[in-house]
Design a protein. Structure first.
Length: 317
């Protein structure tokens, strides 16, 4: 058999989305008619693009990590294995430490994490390498700084506190900027301490400004209290459970009352009397539906007092 290709008649068919077609004829000895067929293949690139041309981490404290999200897109028609390799020792890529597989056309969200260990500017590249040894680089920049404001305690523990009692704690905020700094105004640092909602904690002072070398004591006061919303919720649940118990009790009483005539009718049947079934009267559509008692639950002051006593008892336990 002789295999031949038709030169000049094959190539990329741009109208069929990068489809490559190669016509081939097989000539067999002692056979007049050749066997034609076509080999086709999709031609695809292996490019990977990033959502940003540069990642700017800004000022990064040497005591903290800064995360910047970005994404990468696979423009290939085939899956591509990738990995971020040869990264600086203060940079990591998450998730999976920067390794994974990109499906055709997939966009993957990633995070670059920088933990600057040295003061000053940092200009570097993070490089993504694919399984076919293609490299795609993304420029990054960050500035390592030392925060001027510092707190004396990263964690404050309060002793167990009873309801209505208070416990106090304190810590210091200090401005470590050099006193010899000529730009005194620029070295002043302000702070604002925000307490989460529904937390029985007060901070004094919660705002302030410290000059270079200054130190300020901050007082914390913790006093647990019962929230009005918790009392109302407990009173509502108690009233709801009481209504459900009443409904269940009435239903049981009606079932017991209905069971007594049935037992009498059964005894009469045993004596030979034939029971006559009563016709079922359909309900009129004009009959008003029975109101649901759960739709109108009223919380009285007595319910609130009972709920408060219950919550206090559970709180003390």
């Amino acid at each position: 058999a002789v295999v031949s290709t038709q030169s000049g008649h094959y190539g990329r068919d741009m109208s069929d989305d990068q489809l490559l077609k190669i016509p081939i004829r097989i000539k067999v000895a002692d056979q007049t008619r050749s066997v034609p067929f076509t080999v086709s293949a999709h031609v695809t690139g292996t490019d990977i693009s990033f959502s940003a041309k540069e990642l700017d981490f800004g000022c990064c404290s040497i005591y903290e990590s800064v995360r910047v999200p970005f994404s990468m897109t696979n423009h290939c028609l085939l899956p591509q294995l990738f990995g971020f390799v040869s990264l600086p020792d203060f940079v990591t890529i998450q998730p999976n430490d920067g390794f994974g597989t990109l499906l055709p056309g997939e966009t993957l969200n990633l995070e670059a994490v920088v933990h600057a260990k040295v003061l000053g500017d940092h200009n570097f590249n993070i490089t993504c390498t694919t399984e076919i040894d293609r490299h795609f680089s993304l420029r990054c920049r960050a500035t390592g700084v030392i925060p001027h404001l510092e707190v004396s305690h990263p964690l404050i523990r309060f002793a167990p506190t009873a309801l209505g009692d208070v416990r106090q704690g304190s810590f210091y905020i200090s401005n470590n900027a050099a006193k010899s700094d000529s730009k005194v105004d620029s070295s002043k640092k302000s702070f604002h301490i925000v307490v989460p909602d529904n937390i029985d904690l007060t901070v004094s002072p919660s705002v302030g400004t410290l000059g270079p070398g200054q130190r300020l004591r901050v007082q914390l006061t913790f006093g647990p209290t019962l929230k009005k919303q918790d009392i109302d919720n407990e009173a509502f649940n108690a009233s709801k459970n009481k209504i459900l118990e009443d409904i269940e009790r009435k239903k049981k009483e009606e079932e017991d009352a209905a069971a007594q005539p049935d037992s009498v009718a059964t005894s009469k049947k045993a004596k030979g009397k034939k029971a006559v079934s009563k016709p079922i009267t359909p309900k009129s559509p004009q009959d008003a539906p029975t109101p649901n008692p759960l739709d109108n639950i009223t919380i009285t002051e007595e319910n609130r007092i009972a709920a408060m006593v219950k919550l206090k008892t559970n709180f003390q336990q």
